[in-house]
Design a protein around this ligand. Structure first.
Ligand code: ATP
Ligand code: MG
Length: 128
């Protein structure tokens, strides 16, 4: 099967907690190739554009404040069926609902501070 790419973000909570190294090790153990990586701090307008789809949600403002609260680490990951595979490896949005052995179960705190982002479609992966 052809290798595909997805976009991953290690969010401010996990960077702050110094989980970056553990998460990257975990991704390589799960078979991902880390093709590119950059540590950045989003501006408010970048974060709003990134999560534009959630603009009308009650948690939008809180989500933006969280995403700009500190640095993030962005990765381009490669694997077979990378997008859906990474969604499985990340686990449920809410760490309390996530399966054992998923990144969010291991390193997430709550439904907002859930350690990582992963693209949810090929179109979004390319855009992101
Ligand atoms: P992501 O898009 O970050 O990969 P996801 O696709 O699992 O996560 P979405 O529904 O797209 O989940 O929500 C985007 C992000 O918004 C979540 O990862 C989380 O940080 C935050 N979020 C989602 N639901 C809530 C909520 N009910 N309360 C607070 N924050 C939330
Ligand atoms: Mg999403």
């Amino acid at each position: 099967m052809k290798l595909k790419r997805t976009l991953s973000i290690i969010k401010p909570d996990a960077i702050q907690a110094k989980f970056q190294g553990k998460i990257l090790d975990f991704l390589e153990d799960k078979g991902f190739n880390i093709l590119a990586q950059k540590r950045i701090k989003l501006t408010k307008s970048q974060a709003e554009a990134f999560y534009e789809i959630h603009r009308d949600k009650p948690f939008f403002n809180e989500l933006i404040e969280f995403m700009i609260s500190g640095e993030i680490s962005v990765q381009v990951l490669e694997a077979e069926d990378a997008i859906s595979y990474y969604r499985t490896v990340m686990g449920n949005t809410d760490p309390n609902e996530a399966d054992e052995g998923t990144i969010r179960k291991l390193y997430g705190t709550n439904i907002q501070c859930n350690a990582v982002h992963g693209s949810d479609s090929e179109e979004n992966a390319n855009n992101e």
